[in-house]
Design a protein around this ligand. Structure first.
Ligand code: ISL
Length: 571
């Protein structure tokens, strides 16, 4: 291969600060990763036991979903003590042990930072609710009733109003998520500095950065104005008023100064639902000193029709078009996080691929077009095995607060139960939360007890131990992709350019870094397609080497592609 390996000298002057451009992050949802004590819930010691899986896969960073003390109204995204580990997951010394074991393997670990809201059991909120005069009253958003009801017309992300009346004082408090997740008032400097102190405490303990939950919601429009009510709707659209508020970027720059300045190789990634490409550049342009990168939501909203629970299959090309828009928009300033799934999303092979006939091919094709874009890829636990959506048939199988609230309010509003379940079966967050499928023993090797949520029955054949060492497996394909990013600077640093291949089902793109060029061509559909490429382009690739593929791989770049076939050429 003429492509230079380790030609770091060719890469754009890469300061240490941008080490994450050639890194791959793996997300662990601790509840469902590995149980060590038989209570049916994953825990920190379980993670330590499985670190060799991650080392084998080759990932650089672990993002740990919340393990802090929590009443678990939203599986840990409702935190009652930021400086304690929930007993379900272990102890602070288990956490220290995990950090040690991660670092020993040359990996890093970032924590989930959930500071748009706390739990309603957090001491800050308990104080705040206790009286109108309490010094912490202003740490949350309290308002008088309006006409005897909610202070404004915003809807919670988890159904129902975004306000709950507290009997202690008769006032309402704001919660953009569940009532057990009251929103902090970031305009109060004491709140911000308490958060920064807590963050420094974790960094001092050895964590390597943070994934910041709904960080674009921390600054709200003063006055909390009503949202516009669409015809036929009960609630107003508060989104324009509670996202991208006027002081958001000021707060992130302050956080950067107060928490991160002067520290070593860290990673910060913001979760920013609804973010536009222009806003994304503001967050992640290094000159602005805010965040390293953000999660955008464009491609995971494409299939929402009327809210997420009325969804549709994408047509060929929609996914590639969305990825291309983001590649182009952040080409000059800013940096993309690349992901197909996380703990809030259905399984990508079921959602975007074909999890029956073309399961292996579609899981590997989707992974390839994701990992070889410009940006930092994130792998969500089980995705590297091609785990699929779970065929739950009954509402009693589901555990997620969003799913259960949606079902309850839909039925109260007169919806047909069977129809409601269909919507949930396509999109519930629980698809991502069934236990990781390690092997073919009981409960997929996840627990010796009863798992908190049922295991997908396909674990018998779809599991990690069946895939290790099998060159054709989804796992080994992910491993190869991660290895490419580490070996070839063009993967991390090259430019991106999409090529028109005559059919929307084909996603073809080139990556270029000096003399090194990659060409990725994928058929993202379940039928055969032949790429139509310029004769000149085809000629230029004669003799190019196929460095990765998932099929029989005809050498010509314009050879017909089978369903979900992908090829990666280098020259
Ligand atoms: O999954 C969603 C509902 O369809 C998203 O809107 C999600 O709620 C949003 O992306 C924010 O997610 C984050 O914050 C939530 C938590 O429930 C999610 O798990 C977390 O990823 C509240 O903390």
């Amino acid at each position: 291969m003429s492509l230079s390996e380790h030609s770091v000298a060719d890469a754009p002057a890469q300061s240490d600060a941008a080490w994450w451009k050639s890194a791959v992050v793996y997300q662990i949802y601790p509840r469902s990763f590995q149980d060590s004590d038989g209570d049916g819930i994953g825990d920190l010691r379980g993670i330590v036991r499985r670190l060799d899986h991650l080392a084998r896969l080759g990932v650089d960073v672990i993002w740990l979903s919340p393990v802090y003390r929590s009443p678990h109204a939203d599986n840990g995204y409702d935190i009652s003590d930021y400086q304690e580990i929930d007993p379900l997951f272990g102890t602070l010394s288990d956490m220290d042990e995990l950090l040690r074991a991660v670092h020993e393997r040359g990996m890093k670990l970032i924590m989930d930072l959930v500071v748009n809201h706390t739990s309603d059991q957090h001491p800050w909120f308990l104080e705040s609710r206790s009286s109108r005069e309490n010094p912490k009253r202003d740490w949350y958003h309290w308002r008088q009733p309006r006409d005897g009801g909610e202070p404004n017309n915003w809807e919670s992300f988890f159904s129902g109003p975004a306000w709950t009346r507290d009997p202690v004082t008769g006032e309402y408090y704001l919660h953009l998520f569940a009532p057990q997740q009251p929103d902090l008032n970031w305009d109060n400097p004491q709140v911000r500095h308490a958060v920064y102190r807590m963050m420094r405490w974790w960094l001092d303990r050895g964590v390597d950065g943070f994934r910041m939950d709904v960080i674009n919601l921390i600054s709200k429009q003063p006055g909390l104005p009503d949202g516009r009510v669409a015809p036929g709707r009960r609630y107003g659209d508060g989104f324009p008023h509670f996202s991208e508020g006027p002081r958001l970027h000021e707060y992130l720059q302050e956080m950067r100064r107060e928490v991160f300045d002067g520290r070593g190789a860290l990673l910060t990634v913001g979760e920013t639902p609804g973010v536009t490409t222009d806003q994304a550049a503001l967050f992640s342009d290094p000159e602005r000193r805010e965040l390293d990168m953000i999660f955008q939501f464009d491609h995971v909203g494409l299939d929402h029709v009327d809210g997420k629970f009325r969804s549709r299959r994408l047509s060929p090309g929609e996914l590639a078009d969305s990825f291309t828009r983001w590649q182009d928009a952040l080409a000059e300033a800013g940096w993309n996080s690349l992901y197909l799934s996380n703990h809030d999303q259905p399984r990508p092979v079921s959602r975007f691929g074909d999890d029956t006939r073309w399961w292996r091919q579609s899981a590997t094709a989707l992974a390839t077009v994701l990992h070889l874009q410009r940006g930092t890829p994130y792998v969500y636990q089980g995705e590297e095995l091609g785990m699929t959506n779970v065929p739950f048939a009954d509402i009693g199988d589901y555990r997620d607060v969003e799913t259960l609230n949606h079902y309850r309010t839909a039925i109260e509003d007169g919806a047909d139960p069977a129809d409601t379940i269909l919507g949930i079966r396509a999109m519930s967050r629980d698809h991502a939360r069934t236990p990781v499928q390690w092997d073919a023993t009981a409960h997929a090797g996840f627990t010796t007890g009863d798992p908190w949520i049922a295991t997908n029955p396909n674990y018998i054949h779809l599991n990690a131990s069946a895939q290790y060492g099998d060159e054709m497996s989804v796992f080994e394909h992910y491993r190869a992709l991660i290895d490419l990013r580490h070996r070839l600077p063009v993967v991390a640093h090259g430019t991106f350019a999409r090529l028109d291949a005559g059919d929307p089902a084909i996603f073809g793109f080139e990556r270029v870094l000096n003399a090194d060029v990659l060409f990725v061509v994928a058929n993202l559909s379940s039928h055969d397609v032949t790429p139509l490429l310029d004769a000149e382009f085809v000629d230029a690739w004669v003799g190019g080497e196929i460095i990765l593929s998932n099929g029989l791989s005809e050498p010509r770049v314009d050879a017909p592609l089978g369903p979900w076939e992908v090829k990666v050429y280098a020259r």
